[in-house]
Write a protein that binds this ligand. Structure first.
Ligand SMILES: CC(C)(COP(=O)(O)OP(=O)(O)OC[C@H]1O[C@@H](n2cnc3c(N)ncnc32)[C@H](O)[C@@H]1OP(=O)(O)O)[C@@H](O)C(=O)NCCC(=O)NCCS
Length: 280
């Protein structure tokens, strides 16, 4: 196979959503075309095409408020890995972030963390992806009838993250198949992915009400479901695994450089589940 030095990094556009989706599907990720369109609209998303013009690698930098940004969709097709493409694309994202005065964050897979660590990203909170599949719909709580308020979700998210993500949460919750749900003081966003329904973010004052909300959301639906839980929420994790959820993979939240806004990483203010590794 030819070297990668002559392959230019290019900025991708919304028309690239289907080929981006082909890359994330190859990695068995859950993003759908709407996710790709969001990144490509609010990006920038950079990529590399091979000598035939086929997209072989991508990386997205999603600007949030108060000088923060999320790096994600770092994907290299299997045949082109370990040739420095991900490193070049991340370098490009870091240069753009620096130029725009943005502090980059990301949620790394174990393979991704091996790339980001040497580039200077430092670990913050651990995350765990859990899956519920084929669970028997025994004694589940009935589905929720009331829907939660988007403004409240945006405010709770901002107080925990330390920066606002109203554009993202508005778009995700407005999709067909999405719903905002609340029960007692707990609230969550539920959305469709390519193959699995996804719960997150999920905010609650304690693990009991977080678990009750998950139970209400699922009701008699046997899934498949995904939730990206904060790894330090021990009681919540035990409650999920005790009711049929299995741990699928870890993610490591990482930050490059010092924080411009300080989320309460180690306080009780942490969410129970995040939006997803691609959005933070
Ligand atoms: C992770 C991924 C993006 C890496 O892409 P890549 O182009 O192969 O990465 P690079 O060639 O820039 O790797 C740079 C260095 O990172 C480390 N690295 C990369 N992949 C690694 C792996 N699977 N295991 C251990 N170290 C790895 C190595 O130190 C590597 O340098 P070397 O090849 O000289 O040893 C690619 O494997 C991929 O698409 N995986 C599936 C999706 C995914 O997990 N994406 C990351 C999301 S956070």
């Amino acid at each position: 196979m030819a070297g990668t030095d002559q392959l230019a990094i290019v900025e991708l556009g919304v028309a690239d959503a289907p080929v981006g989706l082909a890359l994330s599907t190859e990695a068995h990720w859950n993003q759908n075309e709407a996710d790709w369109r969001f990144f490509l609209t609010h990006g920038p998303v950079v990529g590399v095409r091979d000598h035939h013009g086929d997209l072989i690698a991508t990386a997205a930098l999603l600007p949030y408020s108060s000088g923060n940004a999320w790096i994600s969709m770092v994907l290299v097709t299997a045949a082109w890995r370990r040739r420095g493409l991900a490193t070049r694309l991340i370098d490009q994202c870091l240069a753009t972030a620096e130029y725009r005065g943005l502090t980059p964050w990301l949620d790394a897979t174990p393979a991704g963390a091996a790339v980001y660590g040497p580039l200077g990203f430092k670990p913050t909170i651990p995350l765990l992806r859990l899956r519920l599949e084929g669970a028997s719909p025994r004694k589940r709580s009935p589905p929720l009838s009331s829907s939660a308020n988007l403004n409240e979700l945006v405010l709770r998210d901002r107080s925990i993250m330390g920066f606002g993500r109203s554009t993202l949460l508005e778009e995700l919750s407005g999709r067909a198949g999405s719903k905002l749900v609340s029960h007692d003081d707990a609230m969550a966003l539920v959305r469709d992915g390519r193959k699995n329904r996804h719960i997150g973010p999920l905010f609650a004052s304690n693990s009991g009400s977080a678990l009750a909300l998950v139970d209400h959301i699922i009701g008699p639906d046997t899934g498949p479901w995904l939730i990206d839980a904060v790894g330090t929420r021990q009681e919540f994790l035990e409650g999920l695994t005790g009711s049929g959820w299995t741990i699928e993979r870890p993610f490591q939240r990482m930050r490059f450089g010092s924080a411009t806004a300080l989320p309460n990483e180690l306080s009780k203010q942490l969410p129970f589940a995040v939006v997803g590794p691609e959005y933070g």
